[in-house]
Design a protein around this ligand. Structure first.
Ligand code: ATP
Length: 730
C-alpha cells in the first residue's frame, strides 16, 4: 500500500510512505529484448561445449592422454562462469526488474540503458538514474506519481526523486533504512532551489515555472528566482532551457514576454543570453505616465525629443538618413495630436521651420501664431503647400547639383501632414469636381486625368526623395491602411510610432508581426515607437497641452510660455529660408480669418494674448518682430501686405512666381517654361486641353504665346509637371 500526501508548505515536495514488503501490482512488462537464460545454465552450456570440443580434438590428434586435464579445465571454467554470472545477475536484477516495470509506464519497449545504478551499498543501489523517452509526459503529476511509486515499491526503499526535465532524466536517491520516512520529490529542474521559500513563495515559484514552460516547453527550468524582501512578489526570474533555435525568433521571445507579463504580477523585461541558453526576466519599474514635455532638453540640431522609455530616459526622432520621415498612427483620443505637438515644438525650438497641415482644421489652432510654424488648414491650400514643398525640394536638389551648396547645408525643414487619409479623400473630391468642371467646359477632353490629385504624387516624391534635401515628413494617420500608405512609400517612413493598444492589423502593418503592441496598456500617450528606425519599443509620449486644450494646467502653461519665448528669439530664425509661396499661404489664411473675425466682430476675444510673430523669409531671417496690434493695424489698411512685402523683397518689381501643377493652369496664366535648349521663356497660356499620351498617361496640350516675340506654339506637359506661374493675386 502506498499513499501520496503533499508536505505542508512545499508545493513541489511530496511524500510517499512505503514499506519494504510492499509490492506494486504492475502489468507484466513487455521487454523488447529476447528472453535470456540464467547464468548457471549459460555456464553449464559453455562448459559442456568446451569439454566436447576438447574431447573431439584430442581424439582426432591421437592425444587421448589430454582428455582428463581438458575436461577438468572446462569444468573449472564453467564453474567460475556460473559463479560470476550468478553474482552479477543478482546484483543487477533489481535494476532490470525496475526497468521492466517502468517500461510500460514510460512508454518504451526497450529497457536497454533505461536504469543505471550510479551508487550502491551493501543493501542495494542507493542512487539510480532513469532515462525516459520524450514521449513521457513528465509534467503530468499523475504519471510522475506512478513512476515514483514503482521505484519505491520495486526497490523497497524511500525515494528522493529529482526530475531533470531538460535532460529527460529522473535521479533517485534510495534510503533502505528510512522506510517509514517521507519520500521526497524535488522537481528542481522546473523550479530551482526551494530552500527557505515560504508557502506563498513556493507557490509563486511553481507558477513561474508553469508560466515559462507553457511557452518554452518542458525543457525550460527555473534556475533562480528572487523575491522582493519579505514578500512573495518575484523581482527576478532566471530560466535555463535546452538548446533551441526558437529563441532567435522575435515572435517567440515576444510571446514569452507577453505570457510572463500577463500571468505574473508587475511589468517585466526580458534579457536573453543566447550562448548560455538562458533568459532572465527582470521586473521593471512602473512605466512613466503623464510626463511633461521637457522644454529645457538640450538637443542637438535636428534631434526632436518626444517621449521617454521605461526608465524615464528621453528619446528623440533624429532628422537624418536613418529616420528621414516619421509615421504616427493612432485612433481618436490616443494622443496622436499630442505626439505631433511634441515634434512641432522640438523643431521650432531649434529654428527648424514647420509646415503644419491639419485637414481637421482645429486641432492645432494654438500653433497658428507660433514662431516658425506655418499652419495650413484649407484643403486646396494644403495641396498647394505640398506642391510648394516639392518645388522647394527640387530647387534644393538643383542647387546641390549645380555645386551652389552641399548636401546638409540647406537647413532642415519639417512638413507635417496630419490625418493624411482624411486629406486624401478631401483633395480627391476636389480633384473629381475640377475634372468634371473642365469636362463640362469642354476644356479637358472629358473627365480624364490621373485618379488622384497630383499633389499626392508630389507628397510621395517628397517622402521618397526629401532626405537629401533635408525636407522631413511627418505623416499622421488613424489607421495604417494599406491603400493609404503602401509599398515603398511606407518603407520610407523609417521612424514610426503607433499609439494605444494595437489591433492585429496595426501590429502587422507597422511592425510586421501580429503581436507587437497588442498588449499595450490603454494609457494616453503610451505607444510603440521605432525611434532609431530599427527596434520597436514601448514609450510614453510627453504631454503637450497648449492653452486651448482640455486639462491645460499651471505646469502646461509655464512650459508653453517658455517654449513660445524661446521660439520667438529672432536669432533662431535669422538664417532660415522658407519658400515664399508657403509664407503666402499663411498670409492668405490669416487674412481670411481676420475677414471672418471682422465680420463677426470677435477678433478681440479670439486672440486674447497677441503673440509676437516671427517672420520667416526666403532671404535673410526676420529682423523685425512686430506685436499683434501693429500687425492688425497694418492688416486693416493692407489686407495682403505680408504677401506684398515678400514680393517686393524678392523680385523688386512686385512680380512673384510660384510653382503650379500643370493641371492647375488656366487660360490667361503667365508661366515660365523652358525652351528646347533649357532657356526659360515667359509665355501666356492661350489655350489648353487634355489628351491621352502615347503611354496612356494624361498629357496637357498647352498653346502658349511668347511675351517677347509674340510667337505662338503648342507645348505638351505631363499632368504632374510643375511650372513657375506668375501670381496674379487670385
Ligand atoms: N502623451 C500624453 N500625456 C498626457 N496626456 C495625453 C497624452 N496624449 C494624450 N493625452 C490626453 O488625451 C487627450 C486626447 O489626446 P489627442 O488629442 O492627442 O488625441 P488624438 O489621438 O489626436 O485624438 P483625435 O484624433 O480625436 O484628435 C489629450 O487632450 C490629453 O488630455
Amino acid at each position: 500500500m502506498s499513499s501520496l500526501e503533499r508536505a505542508s508548505g512545499q508545493t513541489k515536495i511530496e511524500s510517499l510512505r512505503v514499506s519494504k514488503e510492499e509490492t506494486v501490482t504492475q502489468s507484466a512488462p513487455t521487454s523488447g529484448q529476447p528472453p535470456s537464460s540464467g547464468p548457471a545454465v549459460q555456464a553449464a552450456t559453455a562448459g559442456l561445449g568446451l569439454g566436447l570440443v576438447g574431447w573431439a580434438a584430442s581424439g582426432m590428434t591421437d592425444r587421448t592422454e589430454l582428455r582428463p586435464p581438458l575436461l577438468g579445465a572446462a569444468l573449472l571454467l564453467a564453474l567460475v562462469w556460473g559463479l560470476v554470472g550468478t553474482w552479477h545477475h543478482r546484483r543487477t536484477s533489481r535494476a532490470r526488474d525496475l526497468a521492466q516495470a517502468l517500461a510500460p509506464v514510460l512508454g518504451t519497449s526497450s529497457t536497454r540503458g533505461m536504469v543505471t545504478v550510479q551508487k550502491r551499498n551493501r543493501q542495494g543501489p542507493t542512487r539510480i538514474k532513469i532515462v525516459y523517452p520524450a514521449t513521457f509526459k513528465d509534467a503530468d503529476e499523475k504519471a510522475r506519481a506512478t513512476v515514483r511509486e514503482i521505484v519505491a515499491t520495486r526497490m523497497g526503499a524511500t525515494v528522493e526523486a529529482t526530475w531533470r526535465r531538460h535532460k529527460r532524466q529522473l535521479l533517485c536517491r534510495l534510503d533502505y533504512d528510512a522506510a517509514t520516512a517521507d519520500l521526497v520529490e524535488r522537481d528542481s529542474g522546473a523550479t530551482g532551489d526551494t530552500t527557505g521559500d515560504t508557502a506563498e513563495q513556493a507557490a509563486m515559484r511553481q507558477r513561474a515555472g508553469d508560466v515559462v514552460q507553457a511557452v518554452m516547453g518542458a525543457t525550460a527550468t527555473i534556475d533562480k528566482i528572487t523575491f522582493e524582501e519579505g514578500s512573495d512578489s518575484p523581482t527576478d526570474i532566471r530560466v535555463a532551457y535546452a538548446t533551441t533555435s526558437r529563441d532567435l525568433s522575435p515572435a517567440f521571445r515576444q510571446k514569452l514576454l507577453m505570457q510572463v507579463e500577463s500571468k505574473l504580477p508587475g511589468e517585466w523585461r526580458d534579457i536573453w543570453e543566447f550562448e548560455e541558453n538562458k533568459v532572465r526576466f527582470e521586473k521593471r519599474p512602473p512605466f512613466p505616465r503623464n510626463v511633461l514635455y521637457p522644454v529645457d532638453y538640450r538637443a542637438q540640431y535636428g534631434e526632436l525629443v518626444y517621449c521617454v522609455d521605461e526608465d524615464g530616459n528621453h528619446l528623440s526622432w533624429v532628422l537624418g538618413s536613418k529616420t528621414p520621415h516619421h509615421l504616427v498612427v493612432g485612433p481618436t483620443g490616443s494622443g496622436k495630436t499630442v505626439m505631433i505637438r511634441n515634434l512641432v515644438l522640438s523643431a521650432v525650438l531649434q529654428g527648424i521651420p514647420v509646415v503644419l497641415c491639419d485637414p481637421k482644421r482645429t486641432e492645432y489652432l494654438d500653433f497658428q501664431h507660433f514662431p516658425g510654424v506655418i499652419l495650413v488648414t484649407d484643403t486646396e491650400d494644403i495641396a498647394s503647400a505640398i506642391t510648394a514643398a516639392f518645388w522647394e525640394m527640387q530647387e534644393r536638389y538643383g542647387e546641390i547639383e549645380a555645386g551652389i551648396t552641399k548636401v546638409g547645408h540647406h537647413g532642415k525643414f519639417l512638413f507635417v501632414m496630419d490625418e493624411y487619409a482624411v486629406f486624401k479623400e478631401q483633395v480627391n473630391e476636389l480633384w473629381a469636381e475640377e475634372k468634371a468642371a473642365r469636362a463640362a467646359e469642354g476644356n479637358g477632353g472629358g473627365n480624364k486625368g490621373p485618379k488622384d490629385h497630383p499633389c499626392l504624387k508630389h507628397w510621395g516624391n517628397l517622402v521618397l526623395m526629401g532626405r537629401t534635401a533635408e525636407m522631413h515628413c511627418l505623416q499622421g494617420l488613424q489607421r495604417p491602411d494599406a491603400d493609404v500608405v503602401k509599398g515603398v512609400l511606407r518603407d520610407s517612413f523609417r521612424g514610426r510610432t503607433a499609439l494605444d493598444q494595437h489591433t492585429r492589423e496595426t501590429a502587422l502593418m507597422m511592425w510586421g508581426d501580429a503581436r507587437t503592441g497588442t498588449n499595450l496598456p490603454s494609457v494616453q500617450g503610451r505607444a510603440i515607437s521605432r525611434v532609431d528606425g530599427r527596434t520597436a519599443r514601448e514609450v510614453q509620449v510627453c504631454r503637450v497641452l497648449p492653452p486651448t486644450a482640455e486639462g491645460h494646467g499651471a505646469e502646461d502653461a509655464a512650459m508653453w510660455k517658455t517654449a513660445y519665448a524661446r521660439a520667438a528669439e529672432p536669432e533662431l530664425w535669422k538664417d532660415v529660408k522658407v519658400p515664399e509661396s508657403l509664407l503666402r499661404l499663411r498670409a492668405r489664411r490669416e487674412a481670411a480669418i481676420r475677414d471672418l473675425q471682422d465680420r463677426y466682430a470677435v477678433r478681440a476675444e479670439a486672440v486674447p494674448e497677441a503673440p509676437a510673430p516671427v517672420e520667416l523669409t526666403k532671404a535673410a531671417g526676420p529682423d523685425v518682430v512686430e506685436d499683434q496690434d501693429q500687425e492688425d493695424a497694418r492688416a486693416d489698411q493692407q489686407p495682403d501686405t505680408d504677401t506684398a512685402a515678400v514680393e517686393d523683397q524678392d523680385e523688386g518689381e512686385g512680380v512673384t512666381w510660384s510653382p503650379a501643377g500643370a493641371h492647375e493652369l488656366e487660360i490667361g496664366d503667365t508661366v515660365m517654361l523652358e525652351d528646347e535648349c533649357g532657356v526659360p521663356e515667359i509665355v501666356t497660356v492661350a489655350d489648353l486641353h487634355f489628351e491621352d499620351g502615347e503611354d496612356g498617361a494624361e498629357v496637357i496640350e498647352v498653346t502658349v504665346t511668347n511675351q517677347e516675340t509674340g510667337e505662338t506654339e503648342v507645348r505638351s506637359l505631363d499632368a504632374d509637371d510643375v511650372v513657375s506661374r506668375r501670381e496674379t493675386g487670385r
